[in-house]
Write a protein that binds this ligand. Structure first.
Ligand code: UDP
Length: 246
């Protein structure tokens, strides 16, 4: 691909490359999938393309609703042109329904509605295995200031409203999701990373069937069939044909 520079960062399922202009980067979605703190790994052909299309569509909807994100455009399926951010090492998790680690660690009932939703902040740090944080720890470790935390919370709640409403029209319940934020070169907070079945729990509105990475975590079902299903539900026909997903 023209204008692609050096590899800056290699994550578990994505790589970040420099771009011809200093204020942008290219995020490449790989076909890899991991679970359990990176202990289980596999590769599914086409997953990177699928996740890049889902993520782009969701970022576009957020931008249309005045959320500042790092997303600029898809360069080709699998490669996203994005604004360069200094990432804040937080995993901001919002939960509308109790499941997953929440019900393992606390006495919440499985599928319990959480109204208002719960926002949880984990430290994105492999050495310490992403521990859950509280405001005092975040502020004292200088991960974010008090004001930045309120801004991140406010944006996260707004994102939840926008995405929950959109996904509902596609037959999907947004159960929970993880966001990552960063600061752009002007110091403004923007949503970064991805929004995909790797980072969200999606349930079928009628059957409550899992449409996300939980299938891989639990070793059930055909992961790619489900990712493709989500892609087909969310991405419009024209883009699916353009990027040859079908
Ligand atoms: N999540 C993620 N990355 C992580 C941890 C969580 O994207 O490193 C997402 C996960 O996909 C789910 C939500 O955050 O949508 C809540 O995850 P939970 O803490 O229940 O994770 P579990 O331990 O059950 O995977």
């Amino acid at each position: 691909m023209e204008n692609i520079g050096n590899l800056i960062y290699a994550g578990k399922a994505k790589d970040v490359y420099s771009y011809k202009t200093d204020d942008n980067v290219i995020i490449k979605f790989r076909d890899d999938i991991t679970a359990g703190d990176g202990e289980r790994k596999d590769t599914f052909k086409g997953k990177g393309k699928c996740n890049s299309l889902i993520s782009s569509k969701l970022f576009e909807i957020l931008e249309e609703n005045d959320i500042n994100t790092q997303y600029i455009k898809l360069l080709e399926s699998g490669s996203m042109l994005s604004k360069k951010l200094n990432m804040i090492p937080l995993e901001v998790i919002l939960r509308n329904i109790a499941t997953g680690s929440l019900t393992k660690r606390f006495p919440f009932k499985e599928k319990q509605d959480l109204k208002p939703p719960i926002i949880q902040m984990d430290f994105k740090n492999d050495e310490f295995h992403d521990p859950m944080l509280n405001d005092d720890i975040i502020i004292t470790l200088k991960i974010a200031t008090k004001d930045e935390l309120s801004e991140i919370r406010e944006i996260t709640l707004k994102i939840n409203e926008i995405l929950s409403e959109f996904l509902k029209t596609k037959g999907i319940i947004l159960v929970d999701f993880k966001l990552e934020f960063g600061k752009d070169l002007n110091g403004n907070i923007r949503l970064g990373d991805e929004i995909s079945p790797d980072t969200c729990r999606f349930w079928d509105i009628n059957t409550l069937d899992t449409l996300d990475k939980d299938l891989f975590r639990k070793g059930e079902g055909n992961v790619m069939d489900v990712y493709k299903k989500v892609c087909n539900l969310i991405v419009n026909e024209e883009d699916l044909n353009r990027w040859k997903i079908k």
